[in-house]
Ligand binder design. Structure first.
Ligand code: ADP
Length: 445
């Protein structure tokens, strides 16, 4: 097992990883920017190292500073969390070159799945169904027109290096195509330094359903079921559920088998998520995330598994020690992502939290690095807390969620708690009757 783990992240996920390490008896090293000197992930770590000024590119993305911190503190493994360097194959390679274990998949798999065109090609070769679209990159507007004509409008132009919902533009008809193509390209270049784009059929009423996978280094691959992440604003998830209100246990089993068979053939290891769009009874792969995801707790709640602990164990060379038949699903879980944003305008609301009261009680979990008196800096992602509830069924989970949201007090900054309260009270949400487009309309109305 590892002697010491450096956590190359901040906020709730840094704390989440620290908690798993502590239960495994592994000391942790926190890294932080000058803006986070007082942050909870620093306060609770065994050791901490300041790695630079506030801007992420100078601190949490500063590879040299992070590697130096690992070397100075004698850390023998690095957990990247999500975001920042978690899907940076070059970083994973450098970590390994320094004799430190990267807690995640191989750099080759990170690279393959980070290029969405390559990821789709790999999945297609494994027999996984895809959203209809271009066969690889689309180099110019003429090719884009030909593809769109073949698959039919509306179409979506997507960045091959995309993430976080950026570099994606819809064209409803031939007139809008040139504009969508050029804007997606420009956005991809400025956000990812890579202007390669591809085209997919734009689905008008899909759900976003994803499969959680875990693999060890000996060829054992299991799945922990699906998450429904259809409630999104600007292609970013806001509320997630496990399981999906829309799919049956038989469908779960079939999709899980497709995913685990595929990743077994690829020789994948550690955690990963295969994302699908589900419409009219059909699943179509869109992308794979080669890291722990923000919404992993809903899976943990229904499976009774600690996914971070599992990541650490398999990265240390342990075998899974169980197979698919031993993974059972119990009850229903829902997660709300609470952000420091105005619940109506979505303008970020950084500032001082003057009071903080977390809900509690049976089946309630809070993953947050907030505390009374802390400062939410303006430099990073605005998510400040995840509220997760677990109950025997979806109906009770919704009642528990409403109760927990009512108890939750974050004073001093505006948050999206009131938006979540409105969602929970909506009859369509309660019926589980929503697609990826539902929340945009809900927010606008
Ligand atoms: P990112 O890596 O930026 O998250 P994804 O490919 O995972 O990009 O897509 C993010 C979201 O965008 C999906 O969850 C879905 O809501 C929407 N989306 C992606 N592809 C399509 C499509 N072909 N049709 C309709 N919506 C899509």
């Amino acid at each position: 097992m590892f002697q010491k783990i450096l956590i190359a992240n901040r906020g709730e996920i840094a704390l989440r990883i620290q908690r798993a390490c502590r239960e495994l008896g592994i000391p942790t090293v926190a890294v932080h920017s000058t803006a986070d000197a007082e942050a909870m992930h620093v306060r609770l770590a065994d050791e901490s190292v300041c790695i630079g000024p506030p801007a992420a590119r100078d601190s949490y993305l500063n590879v040299a500073a992070i590697l130096s911190a690992a070397s100075i503190t004698g850390a023998d493994a690095i957990h990247p969390g999500y975001g920042f360097l978690s899907e940076n194959a070059g970083f994973a390679e450098m970590v390994e070159a320094h004799g430190v274990t990267f807690i995640g998949p191989s750099p080759a798999h990170i690279r393959m799945m980070g290029d969405k065109i390559a990821a789709k090609a790999a999945m297609a070769s494994l027999g996984v169904p895809l959203v209809p679209g271009s066969d690889g990159a689309v180099p110019d507007v003429e090719t884009a027109r030909a593809v769109a004509k073949r698959i039919g409008y509306p179409v979506l132009v997507k960045a091959s290096a995309g993430g976080g919902g950026r570099g994606m533009k819809v064209a409803g008809n031939a007139d809008g195509l040139e504009d969508a193509f050029r804007t997606a390209r420009a956005e991809a270049l400025s956000a990812f330094g890579n202007d390669s784009v591809y085209i997919e059929k734009y689905l008008d009423h899909p759900r976003h359903i994803e499969m959680q996978i875990l693999a060890d280094s000996f060829g054992s691959v299991v799945h922990f079921g699906e998450r429904d992440c259809s409630l999104q604003r600007r292609h970013q998830k806001l509320l997630e559920e496990a399981g999906s209100p829309a799919i049956s246990a038989t469908q779960r089993e079939a999709l899980g088998k497709t995913a685990t068979d595929g990743l077994k053939q690829l020789g994948y290891r550690n955690v990963g998520t295969l994302e699908f769009l589900y419409q009219d009874g059909q699943f179509a792969f869109i992308e794979m995330n080669t890291r722990l995801q923000v919404e992993h707790p809903v899976t943990e709640m229904i499976c009774g598994v600690d996914l971070v602990r599992e990541q650490i164990r398999v990265a240390a060379g342990a075998a899974l020690g169980y197979d698919q038949s031993e993974i059972a699903f119990s009850g229903h879980a829902i997660e709300c992502r609470v952000t420091a944003e105005d619940p109506e305008t979505f303008m970020p609301t950084p500032g001082r939290v003057t009071a903080f009261h977390a809900p509690g009680g049976l089946g309630v979990r809070i993953d947050s690095a907030l505390y009374a008196g802390c400062f939410v800096p303006p430099y990073y992602d605005s998510m400040v807390a995840k509220l997760i509830v677990h109950a025997p069924n979806r109906f009770e989970a919704i009642n528990r969620l409403r109760r927990a949201l009512d108890e939750f007090a974050i004073v001093g900054i505006k948050t999206t708690i009131p938006l979540h309260q409105r969602i929970v009270d909506d009859p369509e949400f309660q019926a589980g009757d929503y697609t990826i487009h539902w929340l945009e309309r809900f927010v606008a109305g």
